[in-house]
Design a protein around this ligand. Sequence first.
Ligand code: PRP
Length: 176
Amino acid sequence: MSDPTVLISEADVQRRVGELAAEISRDYDGMGEITLIAVLKGAFIFLADLSRRLAVPRRIEFMALSSYEDGSTHSGAVRLVMDLRESIEGRHVLVVEDIVDTGRTLHYLIELLRTREPASVRTCALVRKKDRHEVEVAIDYLGFDIPDVWVVGYGLDYDEQHRALPYIGVVEPEGA
Ligand code: PRP
């Protein structure tokens, strides 16, 4: 695998996270507490930075989802690996994702959360591969649109490597 090359610098990531936090804080001002639901594992660093910059009351929850795999190919179906610990009934939910690729994960999650009767559900994603979407999913707060490349850093991995990089980089997977 190649060493990562910078796609979005640390300064640009931090500036954009600050802008998203300001926008979210404005939109939710006076609405009471938000429940931030981060999708593991990739969203953990984005959640940490975003949540610290919000000016509105918030609580933190985690969920883990995984794509069903059929040998080496993705079937497209999504599976719940770890659920919330608390009810979200009547709560304002903001889903925090690191990356939206086909959109299947976020679509599945939103549909699942809506069955639990929250007061509202919105979505926040750091990056989106716009050209890859297979399922229409609304992203209310988006950091960056990116091309169809393998991105790592700021929580994102390639085979569990590079999650701790402060910037978003690109790697060329082996055999690509
Ligand atoms: C990534 C990301 C999303 C999902 C997006 O998770 O965090 O949850 O893929 O893909 P989709 O739009 O095609 O559904 P990944 O499976 O890489 O797991 P990880 O976050 O634990 O690394």
